[in-house]
Design a protein around this ligand. Sequence first.
Ligand SMILES: Cc1cc2nc3c(=O)[nH]c(=O)nc-3n(C[C@H](O)[C@H](O)[C@H](O)COP(=O)(O)OP(=O)(O)OC[C@H]3O[C@@H](n4cnc5c(N)ncnc54)[C@H](O)[C@@H]3O)c2cc1C
Length: 426
Amino acid sequence: MSMQRRDFLRTIGAASAIAALPGCATMGGGAQGRVVVVGGGYGGATAAKYIRMWSNGSVDVTLVEPNAEFVSCPMSNLVLGGSKDLAYLTTGYANLSARHGVRIVRDTATTVDAGKRTVRLASGAELPYDRLILSPGIDFMWDKVPGLDSAAAQERVFHSWKAGPQTVALRRQLEAMRDGGVYVLSIPVAPYRCPPGPYERACQVAWYFKQAKPRSKVLILDGNGDVTSKGPLFKKAWAEEYKGIVEYRGNHVLSDVDVATNTAKFEVQDAVKADVLNVVPPQRAGAIARAAGVVTANDRWCDVDFLTYESTKVKNVHVLGDAIQIAPGMPKSGHMANQQAKVCAAAVVALLAGQAPSPTPVLTNTCYSMVTDRDSVHVCSVHQYDAEKKTMLTVPGSGGVSPAMNAIEGTYAFAWAKNIWADTLA
Ligand SMILES: Cc1cc2nc3c(=O)[nH]c(=O)nc-3n(C[C@H](O)[C@H](O)[C@H](O)COP(=O)(O)OP(=O)(O)OC[C@H]3O[C@@H](n4cnc5c(N)ncnc54)[C@H](O)[C@@H]3O)c2cc1C
């Protein structure tokens, strides 16, 4: 992508937040109330911070999150490759409270009473709200992989699709694997969190094998017919950088796993035994979305009004990030969750001030994928609201995939990560 195009996208990125704002003169003016945010990930933490900022501190914001620290999924595949560690991915929540006055409650939301406008927490506490924002990310559909539907099985075959202890545990399995072994990666049928994430993971594991155990193999068994994101770029990396290491097979819809023998079973194809088996299971919105009654699409995802991210079913409950039913061409990504959170934050501040939300929100997205420890590729897009269709549509010609796969792209990728962590949590 040319520098002019990149600069244009950066400008649009900044403008998208501005486009979402209520009128500048009235920003925060008159906004008052209580907002509870459930989930301190890319969507929730960003929404909490921006509601405090854009209401000039006049709206009370409580963020409910069970984890002591934020651990980023973006860049977590590099921990599997061995070039980064968990500390690199980890940021505390202290700035949200100290700088922005967000009240942080370390707990898990268990139920929502939309009539009374309260959220019940695992501790038994009850939080009242005027507006509730749910950004719980994903839960796994273990019923689709019965052999993994127990705590004991999940301690042997990892998904590592929520960054944290499982990321480190999978890295240990790779380190312990003999040279000449086979790492098998099972990918679910789309939609799932982070379309290019599994293919980046294959590159990172191959990068490790290339240095440390070159007779080993990465076998990708994809439930989709073909690579779902940046296909030509990943295939180029596998053919050139990882020749003889990575093998890709499409149309492998997982039906079950035999944990005792580390074997993946498929709806149609023969079973495959692995030395290290890594299963990314099918996903749906996090459990609190179901408890709140906002799951509306295929019993998996939450339909929202794209002007406010308010649930189409339950009033005063907004949903962000991976949990929503996406618009066409919209990825389930951290960048997208962060952008949706800003539109939602501006809309909530406007609504609490008795004003209308912006009718013209714009979102941008860039997904970088590291193909080595330094080289990256990217795909980007711009999405704008279509009032007639009441959805977000990709702006024609606005993005696309990078022509380059190199270390300059890699420096952009690391800068992207640093920037989004600061935007979300600093
Ligand atoms: C390997 C991998 C690589 C990725 N790479 C990229 C990338 O390069 N770029 C990119 O943009 N995206 C990437 N993603 C996707 C990105 O991580 C997600 O899209 C993003 O995290 C979604 O944000 P979210 O707020 O919806 O969920 P999350 O960030 O997962 O946050 C959800 C939070 O909610 C909390 N929570 C859940 N339930 C409750 C409850 N009941 N009560 C209280 N808290 C609760 C959880 O503890 C969690 O902290 C990647 C994902 C993976 C797995």
